[in-house]
Design a protein around this ligand. Structure first.
Ligand SMILES: Cc1cc2nc3c(=O)[nH]c(=O)nc-3n(C[C@H](O)[C@H](O)[C@H](O)COP(=O)(O)OP(=O)(O)OC[C@H]3O[C@@H](n4cnc5c(N)ncnc54)[C@H](O)[C@@H]3O)c2cc1C
Ligand SMILES: NC(=O)c1ccc[n+]([C@@H]2O[C@H](COP(=O)([O-])OP(=O)(O)OC[C@H]3O[C@@H](n4cnc5c(N)ncnc54)[C@H](OP(=O)(O)O)[C@@H]3O)[C@@H](O)[C@H]2O)c1
Length: 456
């Protein structure tokens, strides 16, 4: 097999998913100097995954990582095939496999986890994946239009995503107008009646998973005060965490707990030791969240007290993590929401699946910042390159054959030039609003901008 590969000159690798992990993998493949040609497929016409559809719109500096991620495409070393979904509703994985020596799965974790409490399915109860996708202009969530007509909102979770959601809801629409949020999102934020954002945290202040830089930002908002509700825990004294970042968080929370609010129009309430137990509805939509108070026992464990409290909330956003989406033909562990793997090699029943690799959140679960995916992708690419000489030659290795297969599934991919057209359209729209860019969120509009003509 190795000989065949040598004769052909190049091994064809498909990377499925143009988020950070897929693009770091593409860059690592290129940097290896090995004879590989790389094609990056994404179900959306735009690259960058959660950098575009997760990173908060007001985190502009963070988004500049795009300059690094785009490098493999820029001198056209790697091909981008946008608008190509692999699996259900797209091109089946076993068809893709017939065209490539190796496939790197980098599809992330996009499925919102559930609390498993009554009332969770009421209108106005959303996962952070859905809510964030809406304000980031993801084409899947254009129709979501959450109603922001009540003063109370609840956000469940103590991670950075919970902070993003709370901050976006607490900022003024004028502040958000400087970002890339689509016009309908800005319109909804302008009409927002939100005054009190209750962040519901099941453990104590010493346990939060926020990063200090992100936590600090909510203490510096023009339009919102932070109110710390810790049931006196901070004053009593909590065990000092070993982790430096947790200690920094704790210092910040202590300072905020001791200070007076300044009468800003909105408030972010950090409510510790509270777990949602049910969502209450009125007129078919959520109107309140009932929480049970917890305490920390002598062994440091969080235990429920049975005491309940109710907060009015017209919107409840769970920021409690994500699962990956299974793809037919690819092993999937439903317990962890990831693809079983050994250092990036996809495993079925404890045995590597030839030519199948995995990287990023779908490999290790939904944790880690953008940069974490670089080392993760390197590990996967190392495994792939080590296996390369022994990988079987695919049935149809010619690039034209894959294009024909895509066409037979009704797909007309958006190439890198097409993405640059869409990019330019967003920058043009931004200019009209005084922002760097304004997202095009509607899929038909995205394709029209990318292809230069309406296609649906
Ligand atoms: C709300 C939110 C905010 C975040 N903010 C920050 C931040 O400010 N700073 C930071 O460092 N980290 C942040 N992170 C973490 C960071 O975004 C992740 O570490 C990173 O995006 C994971 O990369 P990935 O490539 O594994 O997944 P993703 O970024 O999710 O990329 C997966 C890609 O696969 C594509 N795809 C999915 N299924 C298919 C399919 N079937 N066929 C084809 N394509 C498919 C998707 O369209 C997507 O482009 C944030 C995460 C979230 C959820
Ligand atoms: N600016 C940034 O750098 C940035 C921004 C956004 C995201 N990210 C990164 O992206 C990753 C994902 O972020 P994330 O916020 O989704 O995840 P996360 O950091 O894992 O936080 C998830 C939170 O949900 C809580 N939780 C889970 N199940 C719960 C339940 N049933 N009831 C109540 N609370 C529950 C967890 O509480 P416990 O702690 O008690 O388990 C935890 O506080 C993280 O690595 C994050 O740092 C980075």
């Amino acid at each position: 097999m190795g000989d065949e590969l040598m004769q052909q000159g190049q091994a064809r690798v498909a990377v499925i998913g143009a988020g950070p992990s897929g693009l770091y993998a593409a860059a690592a493949l290129l940097a290896s100097g090995e004879p590989v040609s790389v094609e990056v497929l994404d179900r959306l016409p735009a690259p960058y995954g959660l950098v575009r559809y997760g990173v908060a719109p007001d985190h502009v500096k963070m988004k500049s990582v795009i300059r690094v991620l785009q490098k493999p495409f820029d001198p056209a070393h790697v091909e981008f095939l946008g608008g190509v979904r692999v699996g259900e509703g797209g091109i089946p994985l076993d068809v893709v496999r017939r065209h490539f020596h190796a496939v790197v799965h980098a599809t992330g974790s996009s499925v919102d986890r559930h609390l498993g409490v009554p009332g969770e399915d009421l209108a106005g109860s959303l996962g952070s994946g859905a809510f964030v996708s809406w304000y980031c202009g993801h084409p899947d969530r254009v129709e979501l239009q959450p109603v922001l007509d009540r003063p109370g909102v609840a956000v469940v979770g103590a991670g950075n995503v919970a902070l993003d959601v709370a901050r976006v809801l607490a900022k003024t629409a004028d502040e958000m107008a400087e970002t890339d949020v689509p016009e309908p999102v800005l319109h909804a934020l302008r009409g927002s009646a939100v005054r009190d954002v209750h962040v519901l945290i099941r453990r104590g202040p010493q346990h939060v998973r926020f990063t200090p830089a992100e936590l600090r930002q909510i203490g510096e908002l023009h339009n919102a005060d932070v109110v710390v509700h810790d049931d006196g825990l901070l004053a009593e004294g909590v065990e000092e965490p070993e982790d430096r970042r947790q200690r920094q968080n704790l210092d910040m929370l202590r300072e905020w707990a001791a200070r007076e609010t300044t009468g800003k129009p909105r408030r972010i309430h950090l409510r510790f030791l509270r777990s949602p137990v049910r969502l209450v509805g009125a007129d078919g939509r959520v109107s309140a969240v009932v929480v049970e108070r917890n305490k920390i026992d002598a062994d440091g464990r969080v235990v429920a007290t049975g005491e309940e409290e109710t907060f009015d909330a017209g919107l409840v956003v769970r920021a409690i993590g994500y699962d990956g989406e299974p793809i037919e033909g690819l092993p999937f562990d439903a317990r962890t929401g990831t693809v079983p793997n050994d250092g990036g090699r996809v495993m079925r029943d404890g045995v590597p699946v030839p030519g199948a690799y995995v990287t990023g959140w779908i490999k290790r679960g939904p944790t880690g910042v953008i940069g974490t995916n670089k080392a993760d992708a390197s590990e996967t690419v190392e495994a792939l390159l080590a296996d390369l000489p022994g990988l079987p030659t695919p049935a149809h290795p010619e690039p034209e054959a894959f294009r024909a297969a895509l066409a037979s599934y009704g797909m007309r991919p958006v190439d890198w030039t097409g993405w640059l057209r869409l990019d330019a359209e967003e920058v043009r729209r931004g200019g009209l609003r005084g922002a760097e860019r304004v997202k095009v969120a509607d899929l038909a509009d995205m394709l029209e901008a990318a292809h230069g003509a309406r296609t649906s």
